[in-house]
Design a protein around this ligand. Sequence first.
Ligand SMILES: [Zn+2]
Length: 408
Amino acid sequence: MRQDEERLRFQIGARDGSARAGVIHTAHGPIETPAFIPLATRGTVRGLESEEVAGLGYELILGNTYHLFVSPGPERIAKAGGLHGFMGWERALITDSGGFQVFSLAHGGVANEVKGSGRSGGGHGSKVEITEEGARFSSYRDGSELFISPEVSMSVQAALGSDIALVFDECTPFHADRDYTARSTERTHRWLDRCLAWHGENGPERQAVFGIVQGGVHEDLRRESAQAVSEAGVDGLAIGGTLGRDKEEMHGVLAMTAPLLPEEAPKHLLGIGEVDDLLAGIALGLDVFDCAVPTRLSRHGVALVPDPEKRFRLDLRKGGWEGDRDPIAAGCPCPACSRHDRDYISYLSRAEELTAVRLICLHNLTYMHELTIHARTAIEAGKFNSYRTAALAGSAPWQAIEKAMETD
Ligand SMILES: [Zn+2]
């Protein structure tokens, strides 16, 4: 691990078992952890203005290198003052490497396994050719040929000016066998060295770099990868790649991988952050989580609620909410729950009014933010287990923290 306070400083303020509450200091301000990271995939948290996202309390959002590389392109964003200036976001930004989307095209749906059918890679029959040099693929916009290598990914992220860049890696799919995963993980380590070499010469001085631990579901490969990435001189670590075929296996692979990472590093779980998964990750000592699900659900009229039986989802797009005067979630401080009931939001959603998407998005992001800030309070009080148990049993975050605090 590299210790360079100009780029990034991580302080752990409290611990509770393996869980910890900390602060990641970046060039654009602090991020209190544990934290959920909303996706600003194409330079916006879809439907919301940057100031609204900050107003919800978020200190870190994620921009997507693949999409921004394809359009509008790094030169245009650089001229606007980087992604911060382009989208009017003054707090911390992390960018992914583009690898996840490129390799989703190549492998036919890493995104569809475990991580939900979400982060769209483009599709439309795109072909990807992977070589030692990098990955060549056709643009989903106009079919033109594009090439991403470790150097290209880092140069795009330099132009975007994110506070934290992620190294270019191959995201191995679940159906890859052990032999392929082993060879791919070794290549990812060679790409890591190339990313750091490019960044050392050309990268923004205050941009931190996180390495990505691969190795699929194989403990020995995860161990080797954790060691290789930790020793490479990165500022933080992310867990990537497939984590198994279902939630149960995912939680097992996470429990096996998390302890392999150095204690002092800020740790990012890539692409995972549903309510139960996020709580599992926090319990294992992971710090930040990005996930498309909360914002994507809002576009389908689905709100997050404290209902574990229904995977914490409330479907307002379907009928049956006429006359329901309750808010989406009682006690929720968000604009949707403060001012409107299920009857109205369901009506808007079924009428495909944009207001419904916005209200549910504001609610879902509030729910995730509440989940993490109260987790932080619970960790500081040594009550994280009680908090997690209450949240998984059907208490909303703001109720779960009260219940946890009442326990001995
Ligand atoms: Zn709400």
